[in-house]
Design a protein around this ligand. Structure first.
Ligand SMILES: Cc1cc2nc3c(=O)[nH]c(=O)nc-3n(C[C@H](O)[C@H](O)[C@H](O)COP(=O)(O)O)c2cc1C
Length: 171
């Protein structure tokens, strides 16, 4: 599959079957996460790969949506702000690094035919309690994963700004 085809193929899946993700596919996806670039190569993150049913049920309390609770696996992407690169003006790049790694994850999953959805609108404090996270780790995104039960995608997937609205060429 060409890269542009993969980018077109990925969409936010909010309808999962309960079929478990194969270990082989999961490994391929996690390898793409591992190879993500990060500022100064500091790799200031930790990913919790949750398939334990009790823990998944607890995580569902952090984002109360029926579809979210159905995913057979959820990755909790955490940033470590003590490890992230801080530019001279103080800007912390941890969130950027986590976002790049999660983008690798969602695209690699799409290549494997596995659906994902970024979730940032969740109860961060509760999530940190459930995973018993140390203070240095901040949960930044939840990524429920699984095979899509059907291929209905949200209207928003088809709605993007035009090239004119996005790109300024300075030639
Ligand atoms: C940083 C970020 C946070 C997001 N948080 C949520 C969320 O909390 N809940 C949700 O249902 N979708 C969430 N999304 C998914 C977006 O709604 C979705 O990517 C956007 O509408 C475009 O649709 P598409 O992913 O199908 O192309 C998030 C996406 C990003 C990139």
């Amino acid at each position: 599959m060409k890269f542009i085809e993969l980018v077109q193929k990925r969409y936010s899946v909010r309808n999962f079957s309960n079929e478990a993700i194969s270990e082989e596919q999961l490994s391929a996806i996690l390898e793409a996460v591992r190879l993500a670039p990060s500022a100064v190569n500091f790799q200031p993150y930790r990913f919790f790969v949750v398939s334990n049913k009790n823990t998944l049920a607890q995580l569902a309390q952090c984002y109360a949506r029926e579809w979210f609770a159905k995913a057979p696996l959820c990755i909790v992407a955490c940033g470590d702000h003590t490890q992230g690169w801080h530019r001279a003006d103080g800007k912390d790049h941890t969130d950027i690094d986590v976002a790049i790694a999660v983008d690798h994850l969602t695209l690699a999953a799409a290549e494997q035919g596995i659906g994902t959805c970024w979730v940032c609108n969740f109860d961060v404090k509760r999530c940190a309690e459930i995973l018993n996270l140390p203070n240095n780790l901040e949960p930044i995104a939840l990524i429920p994963m699984g095979y899509a039960a059907n291929v209905t995608c949200d209207e928003r997937h088809k709605t993007r700004k035009s090239a004119n609205d996005l790109f300024t060429f300075i030639r």
